[in-house]
Design a protein around this ligand. Structure first.
Ligand code: COA
Length: 374
């Protein structure tokens, strides 16, 4: 019988520091006031526009976000800094992405009832890797004690679903029996907290997913992966030009394009219909209908985006809880978002229920993972 891929456990690491919209806005506005004070003469002379203030009501209305978790709160909220304070560690110490991932991994392994040594492939998929090499996945392999091999992948916000697809291919082809997918996202370090348009968007978290071949997961509860559908199309509407070549042109060092930049309106308009199309096409390819979808665990960037996508896919308003929301509490945790929603809101489903984990973001990239409860 053909081997299929089963999700047998998920895990989540949530950093201990929450920042409310009000706290974030107070810090931003303190910086704005200081800036405008500094430039008072030029502003009064009409030579310069004052920097406008941010506000919590706008943030919640435009995005649905009320708070976010971060690795370091002090540095982010200090108006003189507005960058998380994450001290460098020596090569003998565990790196911070490894530390976050270990917590999420242990949670997922426990749920899956799998020992670390029985994982034979470990994938780290995230928007920002803290160094070029050695791969963060190989460091995690070392500290966690997994077997086989590991490598890192980056497809921005779609990194989790694209990594799941890689895991499924490995399991179905027989090159791995048990795969651990990890998404350690420290988005607070790529965010420009002095950009009014985007300072509220992101939060930090790490998710973990254990995927096992059906022949070694016999008798276990879990979700069978029925198929993965991936889509990409080049766009610079979400972009970050940070990279190893930056130092080769001094003129670009410190420029704002070396952090996250987006044209949010365009992203909204261009991505939503395409996501709905990918999920609908995927359902069709698997001979499923939209009314068989008990749940949509969507990427968590913007509440209105998710409402629009759910409505387009289902052909009606989703029922309460059918498209779970975690962005109100976590903000956009990049690749981790749809997995956090799945982790928190999947236990109540019954045998035979269908759902889709779908992420979307920079690239553009969209990943749809269709699953069925065993
Ligand atoms: N506080 C108060 N006002 C603000 C503000 C803030 N923090 N940020 C922007 N505004 C103002 C703008 O200046 C603009 O004013 P104007 O109408 O006078 O020009 C107005 O609010 C609307 O701004 P806009 O950027 O058009 O808001 P929006 O409704 O598009 O919402 C996003 C912004 C970012 C929340 C939204 O576009 C979005 O989420 N897009 C998708 C992003 C996404 O998914 N990205 C993926 C990342 S991986």
């Amino acid at each position: 019988m053909a081997v299929s891929a089963i999700i047998t456990g998920t895990g989540l690491y949530t950093p201990p520091n929450a920042i409310s919209n009000d706290e974030l806005v107070a810090s931003y506005n303190a910086w704005v006031q200081a800036e405008n004070q500094k430039n008072e003469v030029a502003i009064k002379a009409g030579e310069q526009e004052p920097v406008p203030e941010s506000n919590s009501a706008f943030i919640e209305k435009a995005s649905g976000i009320r708070s976010r978790y971060v690795v370091d709160k002090e540095g982010v909220l200090n108006p003189d800094r507005m960058v998380p304070n994450i001290p460098e560690r020596s090569n003998d110490e565990m790196s911070i992405q490894c530390e976050m991932a270990l917590a999420a991994a242990k949670d997922a392994l426990k749920k899956a009832d799998v020992e670390a040594k029985d994982i034979d492939f470990l994938i780290v998929g995230c928007s920002n890797l803290q160094r070029a090499y050695p791969a963060v996945s190989i460091e995690i392999q070392h500290y966690l004690g997994t077997s086989g091999y590991g490598y890192d992948m980056n497809v921005a916000c779609s990194s989790a679903t694209f990594s799941i697809k890689t895991a499924v291919d490995a399991v179905v082809s027989g090159s791995a029996k048990r795969v651990l997918v990890l998404n350690p996202e420290i988005t607070s370090a790529h965010l420009n907290f002095r950009d009014r348009d985007s300072h509220f968007i992101f939060g930090d978290a790490c998710t973990a997913v254990v995927i096992e071949a059906s022949d070694v997961a016999e008798g276990k509860e879990g979700f069978e992966i029925l198929g993965c559908k991936l889509w990409t199309q080049f766009s610079s509407n979400i972009r970050n030009n940070f990279g190893f070549l930056n130092r080769t042109d001094e003129g670009g060092i410190g420029k704002l394009d070396k952090l996250f930049v987006q044209n949010g309106r365009k992203v909204f308009k261009e991505v939503c219909p395409q996501v709905a199309k990918i999920i609908t096409d995927h359902l069709g390819e698997l001979e499923l209908s939209a009314d068989q979808l008990s749940r949509l665990w969507l990427h968590q960037a913007n509440l209105s985006m998710n409402q629009l996508i759910s409505k387009k896919v289902l052909g009606k308003e989703p029922e309460a809880g059918q498209a779970p929301v975690i962005l109100n509490e976590y903000a956009n945790t990049s690749s981790a978002g749809s997995v956090i929603a799945f982790h928190k809101y999947s236990n109540d489903l019954g045998s035979g229920d269908h759902g889709v984990i779908c992420s979307f973001g920079a690239g553009y990239s969209i990943g749809s993972v269709m699953i069925k409860k065993r």
